[in-house]
Each structure stands twice: as C-alpha cells, then as structure tokens.
Design a protein around this ligand. Structure first.
Ligand code: GCU
Length: 875
C-alpha cells in the first residue's frame, strides 16, 4: 500500500543542497506540495492518501480576495485550516547534522509534523520560526512533511487564533504557507537556531565618533552535541569590498545541550557611516565558529550599518548629526490574485516603485514583513518603521483587560520582530501597536490598552536599547475625535505617530495642521509624526472639481481627483511643521480589505498612490515624485478622464520645474508657474472632438514633456451640471458634469453615510424618472457660478426643490442675478412646488460677457439652493 501511494505521487523530491563541512546547507522546500482546505483528519500521517489534493508550490495561499470590481469565480475568503503535505528526500549526507525546518512566514497558527511526529506549533502570521527536525528526519530517504496552517477568525467559536493579535484590522489575514520553507543543516555546534527565529548574532554600533566606531556583537553558540565543545569564535567586520576592517577572536567551551554567549567588542577606525539614501554604506559582520581542531563548525554573515540618530520633539529627525526630513509611505505586503504569497521579484518591484517616487522612509504596516524588503531598505538607505500586528485591540472582543495568553503572544511577536530584524540598519523604530484605542470609540467598550503597551515598550527597550519605540494612534481625544473616552497613549513610547484623516473620515482637510499643533503642544516632549494620512482614489471615477461635492469615505464614488486635492492640502500643512519627525502616506498601493465595498472595487482599500496591480501610478503619485525625487517631472493630470463633461476645463500639471508651458490642439497656451509643484491653466476650452494637450518644460536644457488627449463630445456653449455633487451623470442624451465653476455655499448629499453593510443607501425621490437623481444633491447658501461661456445669449434652466420637509413657505427665499441683474426674484421653492421634496424648474435667458456668465444666488431668507444648472445657446 505505502509504496503504491509513493509511486502514485510521483512527486518524490530528491533534493541537492549537499552539507559541506562547517557550512550550513539550505534546502528550499518550495516545490511539490499537496494542498487541501478544511478538516483532514489523519493528514499528518505519512500514509494518508492525498492523491486528490491540489498540487501547489510556495509561496501559497488559498485565499483570493481583493482587487476586483465584482465577485469572481476565484474569490475565496475562507478562513480556517489549510493542509499542506510534502514528500521529499534530503541528501544522505545530512546524517549526523542538526536539521532545522524553517518557515519564513505562515498564517496564522501553524502545526508541523514530520513523518507523523509533531515538531511543534507556531502562533503568529508574520514572524519566521524554526523547529528541530533532527530526530524525526530520515536523510537520504523519503520523508513526509505535513503542515496545517489555520487563519480562522479570532471571533470564530473555539478559534485557535482567539488570543493571537491582530484581533481585527483593515486588511485581510490570508492563510497558508505564504513565505519560503526550507530545511537547514548545521553542525551540532552552531549559532543558535531557536532564538525566536533570530540569526543568533546581534550587532550594533555602541558609540561613533569621526575617529572610530565601537561595535558590540552578541553571539549565541549552541551545542546540541552530547559532549562539551571548546570553540573559537572569530568575529570580523568586512567593508563593502569584503576587506576585513576589524576582527576579534575568543575561545569558550559550550556545555553539551547548552548555549553560550560570546560578546566581542570591535573597533572600526574612520567608520564609513550608513547615511540613508545619500550613502547607504553596509559592512558585514562575519562570525565563524571553529572547533579546537580548527575545523569550521558554523559561519554566518549579517549586515551592519554604522549610524547614529536622534529624534527631537521640535526639530525632527537627525541622522549622523544631520537633520533629515523624512517623507514616505506605508505599505502592505499583498498583491491581487496572490494575497501575501508574493515573490521576491514582487518585493523588488515594490521597492523600485517606492524609490521611483522618491521616498526616504517606509512604514511597514501593520506587521513583520519578509526579510527581502528590509534587506532592500538597508541597501536603498530608507529609514524604516517596523511594527507588530497589535491592531485595534489589546484583548479579544468583549474583554476589557488583556488576558495572559494574548499578552504572551504579543510579546512573542515582538521578540520575533526585534531579534529577526535587529541587524537591519534601515530599521530605526519598533512600533508596538496601531490604533489600539480604536475600539474605545464605543463608550463602555473601551479597553485598558496601557498595561500591555507599557510592558511591550519595556520589552522592546530591553531587547534593543539602541532603537526608539513608537506606535500609531487613531483616536486620542481632541479636535475631530468623537469619543473623548479614548486613552491618551502618547508618552508610553519614545516617539509617536498620529493616523489622521481630516477631510476624509472627519473634519476638513485644512484641520490637519491645527490638530497636530494641538498634540505637539499637549505632548511637547514627545516627538510626533504623521504615521498615516490618505484618501481613496478610484482609477475609473472622476470629477470635474472634486472639492465642490461630497465624497463619502465608505461610498461608491472615490474620484481620483479628490485624492489628489486632499494630498495637496495636507502636504502643504505637513511641510510647514518641522516638529514632525516623519510623515507617511497611507498607502503606497491599494490593498485588500475584506471589510470594504467602496470606490470602484470590492474588498479593496483604494488609498494607494499606485493601483493594487502596480500597473497604474495615480496622478497624486507625481505630486509627491515632483518634490521627493530628483527626477525631472512633468505630469499632466486627468489622463483617465479623457471624455470630459465640459467644454472648458482646468488643466493641471504636477512638476518640479519652476514653470511649464502648455499647448492645446497645437495652440500655445503659455507658461504657468508651478506653485507647490502644481501648475494650473484655468478654463482651457477644448475643441469639439479630440484635443491633444501637451505640457513641456526644460530641465537644464533637457526638454521634458507629457501629453494627454481629451475629448469633448458635447455642443459648444452647452453646460449641464449637477450642483452639490462631485460626480457627473448621464441622463438619456444629456450628460451632466459634476458641480464646478462655483464659489461659496455648501454642497449637500442627501444620502446617509454609506457603509459596507449598506453601500447604496436610498433617499426619498424628488420628482419622477431619471431626473430624480439630480435632486439627490444640492448646493445651499450664498454662492456664485462663474460659467466660462463664450460671449452670447443663453437659455438658462435651474432645478431645485425644498429639502426640508419640516419647513413652510417663505422660510427659504432667494434671488438669482446675472452680472447683478436680477433674473429670478423671491424664489420660494416650497411655495412654488406646493411643498417640500418636489422639483421646481425655472428658466430665463441671459447674456454672457467676455468673462463668461456669472450667476449669483442671493438668499433673502434662509439659504439659496440649486440642484442642477442647464445652459445652452438661446435659439
Ligand atoms: C487606519 C488604519 C489602517 C487603515 C486606514 C484606512 O488608520 O491604521 O490600517 O487601512 O486607517 O482607514 O484606510
């Protein structure tokens, strides 16, 4: 029976990776797996029949969520147990070696069996872990590795993840073996392999002055042999060319079954500093453990960046004594169709795009990422914020205080993060949590986050006194935050970050700066940063003037232009606040969030500067590239909105040239100065049909240009506009553009706030048929429209209604004037329509002068109001 199954499997893996003396041998175990989702009793047993299972290779996840406009057949958001089985034959010369199964990342609870023997369980979706496979493994023979990874929701009944952070979060917990798996063979005497998945070597620059850098290295040598072993531990520091610039050796005896520490101090003369993007210089620490016969037993290299830094609450971030303005992005590790099972090439592409943008800092949220991205950050010279996945809660749902099991796991994930990434010079701060006071929004449901946070902070300081600690806050009481009960967390960690969304989730974009000033004042001694700020932007959704309407954060209309506008308003405020030690855009890429149904995609957070598939850089990407990169940038906005609603449009260019020239249809429209990297041409008239817009500038004599083609298929002199709405609408033959050319008044959308549960909330219809959509929004107050029409006589139609069902006649009265001439006087929508929520249409003709047609809505009682404006040349 057994042999037949093995034959049938035909995926018998006879793998290379011979174990040279003293050298570690690494055997990748990424190919030839069998996979099945769901309960599979007995699947840990070698003889279990898995021929019906799927063939997969790693990295792998069974989940398929996010990045789609509708539910696709491949959609899979199942959370539960996924089983993997691998039949493999490691080299015979592994006999006598210590053998370790290493998992770089498996989600969430992972149980591992080798040849039916349980090796262990790992709790946590993001850290690397190893199990000693020596006793169970049969070198040179067929072995059966069985792994169960369980990403059940922590709220599921008897969930194995009930006490494993995160309890929740705005991202999907993909299941599976989503990072590499390998078998590592070492000598019985080796650098520690079971130190929270760490390398066993921890190096840091204890002090640096121009003349020398004092390097302290902590080394853990384990002896899994049966006898004490005398060893010589040589520690060398190699420069980039591999030349030894410092070295030391010490001998020690490691008792059988014990681990001993070596902690050499080395001095590097005239150290070449790791100096961020300017000069990300990397040394290597090379440790060799040899027997007293001189045989090399183990050796390993780790990166070493010699640098010092400090963060000042008023002046910000200083690297090697120099001020460095930190500006960057946050990034999640997922991709459409792959989830977290992304390749090294994907990681490299993400880094390339971030460097193309010009970031100098990166927040790797909200969990430990793959080693590759930290390595790439070391080499690129980025300043990294690294984080554990303590998100939204510090205890399981319904529990106020942190239970011991939860605390233990949070601490274990922190130890893994710090030990496994200790040697990355790019990492500057350890973050112990994100928005952990979010759930305090509901009075009485508040949790006591401080005890756990205080303990985690202390643990981080113990494990790594050379780095500062931080965390990100969502809800500290103050302006804009509804619940004043939330715990004030600033001050627990060395430095701090605020996730703030003024103008997206709450308040107005102009409130961001003042709110930060308040916190800066409140926590004078705590350096603060903006750990998140961002807005949704859908590639297929556009507005003629995004600031002139209501955009619901959880709604189905996220015009790309609104994302751009908000970032411009926010970033101007952030740049004006030197006390901020760093700022991170939320987010570099759109990403999966199964709690979302908004913008133009399902299960996706669209706050990226770049699309989820990495194919499209949104317009706002270039706003930041123009000021962060040294690349000459001339980017015409609006290429994904070619079919324009209006004949006349503002044309915008993001550029780091002082001025840019624009032509339309070959006609030179002159230069525009680029204020804050934005160059604008107001009211550019398109020719009927296609108009090629070309923007150009010269950078030290080098011309740089960009072109887009816009189309206007409407009639000259025709304007059909939805007042109060950032979105246009096609009603039969009439194409209404969004609210535009307006100043004053307030845009109102009558819909209740959409939510994932109710993404398309209804409103009582005003009027019949299609046209009712026009009355779902309105502009109210005292306001004016400067409609850019060619001089001439025009037929004007205004549509409005009384939205307030409780009101009566004469409560809302207004006049409409054109260039000061009254066209409508004492308009009373309630009286005209005979009640509220009934449409009123008003028509008049008017003259447009050189500057266009100026419509003024002047309230005489209450507020003026309009829902639609329709203009066409008078016949
Ligand atoms: C929060 C949170 C993120 C989330 C973001 C958003 O601040 O930290 O995880 O994705 O808001 O709402 O987009």
């Amino acid at each position: 029976m057994a042999m037949k199954i093995l034959g049938a499997l035909a995926v018998l893996l006879v793998l290379g990776g011979a174990a040279e003396a003293g050298e570690r041998a690494v055997l990748p175990l990424d190919q030839g797996w069998r996979f099945s989702f769901g309960a599979a009793n007995g699947a840990e047993a070698p003889a279990f029949d898995d021929h019906g299972w799927a063939s997969v290779s790693l990295p792998h996840t069974w989940n398929h969520v996010g990045g789609t406009k509708e539910r696709e057949p491949s959609y899979n958001h199942e959370r539960g147990a996924g089983w993997y089985r691998l039949n493999f034959t490691p080299p015979a010369d592994y006999a006598g070696k210590k053998l370790w199964l290493q998992f770089d990342g498996a989600s969430i609870v992972t149980d591992v069996w080798l040849n039916g023997v349980k090796l262990g369980t790992h709790k946590g979706a993001f850290g690397r872990f190893r199990f000693d496979a020596t006793a169970a493994l049969k070198p040179g023979q067929a072995n059966l590795l069985a792994v169960r990874t369980d990403n059940s929701s922590p709220e599921a009944a008897n969930s194995p993840t009930a006490e494993i952070p995160p309890m929740s979060g705005d991202f999907f917990m993909f299941g599976g073996l989503y990072r590499k798996v390998s078998l590592i063979a070492t000598d019985p005497v080796h650098l520690d392999m079971l130190d929270d998945g760490g390398p066993g070597i921890y190096a840091r620059a204890k002090s640096i002055d121009g003349k020398e850098a004092a390097i302290e290295v902590a080394e853990r040598i384990a002896n899994d042999g049966a006898h004490p072993q005398a060893v010589t531990v040589k520690t060398a520091i190699l420069d980039e060319s591999g030349k030894e610039v410092a070295a030391s050796s010490e001998t020690l005896t490691v008792a059988a079954g014990q681990t001993a520490m070596a902690s050499p101090n080395l001095s590097v003369a005239r150290p070449h500093l790791w100096n961020g993007k300017a000069d990300p210089y990397l040394y290597q620490v090379a440790v060799t453990v040899s027997s007293d016969q001189g045989a090399v037993l183990d050796e390993m290299r780790q990166p070493l960046g010699v640098r010092s830094y400090r963060i000042d609450p008023d002046k910000g971030f200083f690297l090697n004594g120099q001020h460095l303005g930190l500006h960057g992005v946050s990034r999640h590790q997922d991709r459409p169709g792959k989830g977290w099972a992304i390749s090294d090439a994907d990681q490299r592409q993400d880094m390339d795009i971030m460097l193309e943008l010009g970031v100098n800092t990166l927040r790797l949220a909200h969990y430990q990422h793959d080693q590759t991205i930290y390595d790439l950050s070391d080499r690129a010279g980025l300043v990294v914020w690294a984080e554990i996945p303590l998100v939204d809660r510090t205890s399981p749902k319904g529990m106020a205080d942190t239970p011991p099991g939860f605390q233990a796991n949070a601490e274990s994930q922190l130890r893994e993060l710090i030990k496994q990434n200790y040697n990355h010079p790019s990492i500057f701060v350890w973050s112990i949590g994100n928005e952990v006071n979010l759930r305090a929004l509901k009075p009485g449901e508040g949790e006591h986050a401080k005890p756990l946070l205080t303990d985690l902070n202390a643990l981080a300081k113990r494990l790594d006194p050379s780095r500062l600690t931080t965390m990100a806050d969502c809800c500290e009481p103050g302006q804009g935050v509804t619940n004043q009960e939330a715990e004030v967390l600033a001050g627990i960690t060395d430095v701090f970050g605020y996730n703030r969304y003024q103008g997206w989730y709450y308040q107005t974009p102009q409130d961001l700066g003042p709110v930060l000033d308040l916190y800066h004042k409140l926590h004078g001694s705590v350096p603060i940063s903006v750990s998140e700020y961002g807005a949704g932007g859908a590639l297929s959704q556009h507005s003629d003037n995004a600031l002139d309407g209501v955009v619901f954060p959880k709604g189905h209309f996220h015009p790309e232009e609104y994302e751009s506008r908000l970032h411009e308003i926010w970033y101007r405020q952030l740049k004006a606040r030197p006390y901020l030690w760093a700022t991170w855009v939320w987010n570099m890429f759109d990403f999966t969030s199964d709690s979302r149904n908004e913008g133009d995609m399902l299960d996706t957070n669209d706050k990226g500067l770049v699309s989820f598939d990495r194919a499209t850089r949104k317009d706002v990407f270039y706003y930041y590239q123009a000021q962060w990169s040294d690349k000459p940038v001339v980017h015409l906005n609006g290429r994904r909105y070619p079919d324009r609603a209006y004949e006349v449009n503002d044309v915008e260019v993001y550029s780091n040239a002082p001025a840019v020239r624009l032509s339309a249809g070959g006609k030179d429209l002159g230069e525009a100065k680029c204020a804050d990297y934005l160059c604008v041409w107001r009211n550019v008239r398109l020719s009927p049909g296609e108009t090629v817009l070309t923007a150009s500038a010269s950078f030290s004599g080098q011309p740089v240009s960009d072109s887009v083609t816009w189309r206007y298929s409407g009639q000259p002199g025709v304007i059909d506009m939805r007042a109060g709405s950032p979105a246009g609408v096609q009603l039969g033959a009439i194409r209404y553009g969004s609210d535009d050319f307006v100043s004053g008044g307030t845009a109102v959308d009558r819909h209740p706030q959409p939510s994932p549960e109710n993404p398309y909330p209804a409103v009582p219809a005003v009027g019949e048929g299609d046209r009712a959509v026009l009355f779902e929004t309105y502009r109210e107050g005292k306001f004016s429209y400067a409609i850019p029409l060619a001089p001439g006589r025009y037929q004007v139609t205004l549509r409005f209604f009384e939205p307030n069902a409780e009101t009566s006649a004469k409560q809302r009265l207004f006049d409409v004037t054109v260039d000061g001439v009254a066209k409508l006087k004492g308009v009373d929508p309630f009286a005209e329509a005979g009640g509220a929520l009934k449409p009123v249409e008003k028509n008049f003709t008017a003259e447009a002068k050189k500057g266009g047609l100026n419509l003024d809505f002047m309230p005489t009682a209450g507020q003026a109001i309009v829902s639609a404006i329709e203009i066409q040349p008078a016949r």
